[in-house]
Design a protein around this ligand. Structure first.
Ligand code: G1P
Ligand code: ZN
Length: 583
């Protein structure tokens, strides 16, 4: 057994180590500066309290992006030096973000131990590679992201840090081989446990869904399926679940080999970046070379996001969570005794609200970012939740879950088609969405992103929008000047949230313009970018009349878009005449 020693290293603070919506994300070259990662890791240990860290079990893994392996070796050596008892690592350093959450909550180690938290190494949907992004975030004992109280403490620590501890003579661990390696240090034994990345997650999924029912659907020759992992970590789960467990054809999987640079692509599952899937599903500019599959889905780098597609049909994430909630009790065994409540992030469309109202479910509107759902779930107040940003999930873990969302849709499709598999027409994804709109109405929805704009200009634009809200007559005058057909703004504010569980208040969570007819315009600055600022503009309009729910959404929303661009003076402030991404 190797015996290691601990050294104290002097260091000094770096600017800007403030965790954003979901951890600290920076360019790889920033992370590679001497002591940059070390400072953040020590600051995290300090914030959690060194006493709590001593003797604990901590998970370290991620989406396998460039710099992950080096980062894992550094964190292992620092954990050993700070008195951590065991480090758990997914094989090859791979664990999807939802799998990390599942591992923290459910995995029991060789000595009966449980993990108390995790460092997740990912920048989610941001590109990876030597010139792209790396990221790190800490998740707590409940499996969810550290709350703001902790991330603020981490940040404070990064501003004053003077030293960190590291076991420099601990040899690099072999993360490619499953097994436990024992070491000894000044504080006693230290183990590194490398385990199968998919085991715990697959086990959990089997307790939630009816795998037999899904298997019947996936093995029905009429039902065709395509899953695109965009070369992210979802690939490590897709083969195990869809092919090995559910007998889908291997050819159903594309880009399912995890790569450290995501094959040079942008691992974000939307109509812009999931190009290959979009083309196959018949949603590209050119006609597909073969008949599109019945069902398609994609994931982001760390597999917590999902995009759901039907044949030539896109399901908005806001509709997706509403449809899952409306069908969950019937289609998914985990929910058979009912939903505790449902929740969405503020900019997500109100499609879920209508379902909640109709089914008489508790409903919550929270700020952007998954951490706000966690408190509700821990308190037993919420079962299903989602965000417009391709995030959907439930209280089985404390992160959004890309593969879970796909299994939820497969469950709904399996239920709706249980009598058609042998003969007759299949109920399609599009049929399911249309019948949902017929019952609940449709929320036309789009999001415009202006990426990497000048940070000062973005701030000015936001300040202008807040100021404008002090006079609604002025707002309505501007609107009528551009589009007399758009209804009046009846309320304007900056969204503020008081957590019903712990009473904490989050302010400045997005600027809202609410219209008389239920339409909404929302402006927010992204909290996950690594360079400049990203302005997000969310546009929504409700249509209750079933004969009017079939319009093209960009066409239906064009008047509101025009109003939004005018009110915000988007081009004047940013110099941008069009967004970088439209979803
Ligand atoms: C974005 C999304 C948000 C999501 C977050 C993490 O954050 O908008 O819904 O929770 O990524 O995946 P933003 O960049 O808008 O702060
Ligand atoms: Zn992600």
């Amino acid at each position: 057994m190797v015996i290691f020693s601990v050294v104290k290293k002097e260091t000094s603070p770096f600017d800007g180590q403030k965790p954003g919506t979901s951890g600290l994300r920076k360019k790889v070259k920033v992370f590679k500066q001497e002591n940059y990662l070390q400072n953040f890791v020590q600051a995290t240990f300090n914030a959690l309290s060194v006493e709590k860290i001593k003797g604990s079990t901590i998970v370290v893994s991620g989406d396998g992006r460039y710099y992950s392996e080096e980062a894992i070796q550094i964190i292992v050596k620092m954990a050993a030096a700070n008195g951590v008892r065991r480090i758990w690592i997914g094989q090859n350093g791979l664990l999807s973000t939802p799998a990390v959450s599942a591992v923290i909550r459910d995995r029991v180690g060789a000595d009966g131990e449980k993990a108390s938290g995790a460092f997740i190494l990912t920048a989610s949907h941001n590109p990876g590679g030597p010139h792209e992004d790396f990221g790190i975030k800490y998740n707590m004992e409940n499996g969810g992201p550290a709350p703001e109280g902790i991330t603020n403490k981490i940040y404070e620590n990064t501003t004053t840090i003077k030293e960190y501890f590291i076991a420099e003579d601990l040899p690099d661990v072999d993360i490619s081989t499953i097994g436990i390696t024992h070491f000894g240090g000044p504080a006693g034994p230290f183990d590194v446990d490398v385990f199968d990345s998919a085991e715990d997650y697959v086990k959990l999924m089997k307790t939630i869904f009816d795998f037999e029912a899904i298997k019947k659907l996936l093995t029905c020759p009429k039902f065709t399926f395509c899953y695109d992992a965009l070369h992210g970590v979802a690939g490590a789960y897709a083969n195990r679940i869809f092919v090995e467990e559910l007998s889908a054809d291997e050819s159903s999987l594309i880009n399912c080999i995890p790569k450290e640079d995501f094959g040079g692509g942008h691992p974000d599952p939307n109509l812009t970046y999931a190009k290959e899937l979009v083309a196959r599903m018949g949603l590209g500019k050119e006609a597909p070379t073969s008949e599109p599959p019945e069902f398609g889905a994609a994931a982001d780098g760390d597999a917590d996001r999902n995009m759901i597609l039907g044949k030539r049909f896109f399901v908005t994430p806001s509709d997706s969570v509403a449809i899952i909630a409306a069908n969950a009790v019937e289609a998914i065994p985990y929910f058979s005794s009912g939903l505790k409540g449902v929740a969405r992030s503020m900019p997500t469309s109100a499609a879920l609200d209508v379902v909640a109202k109709n089914l008489d479910l508790k409903f919550f509107e929270v700020p952007t970012g998954w951490k706000f759902f966690g408190n509700l779930m821990d308190a037993g107040m919420c079962s299903v939740c989602g965000e417009e940003s391709f995030g959907t999930g439930s209280d089985h873990i404390r992160e959004k879950d890309g593969i879970w969302a796909v299994l939820a849709w497969l469950s709904i499709l399996a239920l709706k088609n249980k009598d058609n598999l042998a003969g007759g027409e299949l109920v399609s994804v599009e049929d399911i969405v249309h019948s949902h709109w017929a019952s609940y109405g449709r929320h036309y929805y789009t999001r415009y992103d202006y990426e990497n704009v000048d940070a000062g200009a973005a701030k000015e634009l936001m300040a202008h929008l807040v100021k404008l809200q002090s006079s609604l007559p002025e707002v309505n005058k501007i609107i009528k000047g551009v589009r007399p057909d758009v209804s009046n703004v009846v309320h304007g504010d900056e969204f503020e949230y008081k957590d019903p569980v712990d009473g904490s208040v989050s302010k400045h969570q997005g600027i809202r313009y609410l219209f008389e007819d239920g339409s909404r315009l929302i402006f927010r600055l992204s909290g996950t970018g690594s360079e400049g600022a990203t302005i997000r503009l969310y546009i929504e309009q409700y249509e209750a009349n079933p004969s009017k729910t079939g319009r093209n959404s960009q066409e239906a929303l064009a008047p509101l878009v025009e109003v939004a661009l005018h009110l915000s003076k988007m081009e004047e402030f940013t110099g941008r005449s069009s967004p970088t991404v439209i979803t």
